[in-house]
Ligand binder design. Sequence first.
Ligand code: KE4
Length: 428
Amino acid sequence: MNKTSEQLFEESKQVLVGGVNSPVRAFKAVGGAPRFMARGQGSKIYDVEGKEYIDYVLSWGPLILGHAHPAVVHAARQALENGSSFGAPTEAELKLARLVQEFYPSIEKIRFTSSGTEACMGAIRAARGFTSRDKIIKFEGCYHGHADYLLVKAGSGASTLGEPDSAGVPKNFTKDTIVVPYNDPAGVEQAFKRHGKNIAAVIIEPVAGNIGVVLPDPDLLPFLREITRRYDSLLIHDEVLCGFRIPDGGAQARFQVKPDLTCLGKVIGGGFPVGAYAGRKDVMACVSPEGPVYQAGTLSGNPVAMAAGIATLEELKSPSIQQTLHDRTLQLVQGMDANLKEARITAQVLSIGSMFSLFFTRKVPRNYADVKTQNAERFKKYFHAMLERGIYLAPSGYEAGFVSAAHTPEDIEKTLAGQQEALAQLKK
Ligand code: KE4
């Protein structure tokens, strides 16, 4: 008899911190025991008790083709049979680099890492090395991994320096991090007026995905491009999450703003540990062994991970895959809107490309403060009502949902039918 998720969770908590290896998986925001998953196939994921779910987490974004896509499995298996890691350059790294450039023409040079955190750390260190400046601007609610100086909460004013937002981060580690609300160009202007010549870079999720999906106002990204140029700072787009989710070249193509550096991850690893920072060759030339900015990684460019990334991006070149991602996401979000109206429940559905969010808020959120007005209790009930009906959403109102090319029209219909019941349950 298989152990239940509850049993495994209790046992795991004896040895794994919080029973998980990444906090959001612990269901703290929604309560209850996380489902221990045993298998994924296409759009479905199966827990240890064999229960099937339609998966909208997709490993927090990487599985844009769905679970265990044959091309990805074949490529990774073939690579593995030749050895898992060499700690030496391989042709696969070159091949994936060239493929990434096909999707992101702004990328002249790239460095692969093993996570998005490392990618953002590398980009910021390169920017600091290139400009010989220390300060950075980030946006409240945007997440760029868990480097100490990025675990920072907004100071009292837009141009004040950040306060640590995690225990274990020394106060002076965040003194060079300025935090501004998302979609607040005036706050950015104020920060530059006060610290301009010391600001190495602005780093932003060009489409925010770590407070749920929040879109940039039309003038935000062009403004950031202009003001960073004006102060000889660099613009870093963190597309770890939204990259490849927005088709035809990501956020930088969609919004027609070319950053100096781009951070990538998730999709480019096809479910294996991969991150990347990339962009202008003169900036990347600062990075070792070409330049004095040090950054390294035992498994950076791992051949199995590269093979999975190559297989994934090759599939993403297919117009029919892109059409499926578009059509299924549209079917889902239009259906959700219709369900909410039918149920007369106030909530906002946002989406771009193949990522989406549903916020129980009165207005469309434009920043973190808006997202925090969401009805957390209602989200919690909604989450469990959907889970009971075999629909696996992100266990937090501050995360994005994702659609894969493996999701079928029937999956979406089943999701919408389940949502109708879940919304009805909310009204009781
Ligand atoms: P990783 O170190 O988790 O590979 O990437 C960090 C990162 C950087 N930049 C952006 C925009 C990101 O979204 C992330 C990681 N995303 C979260 C999900 N919102 C990872 C899930 C988790 O932390 O378990």
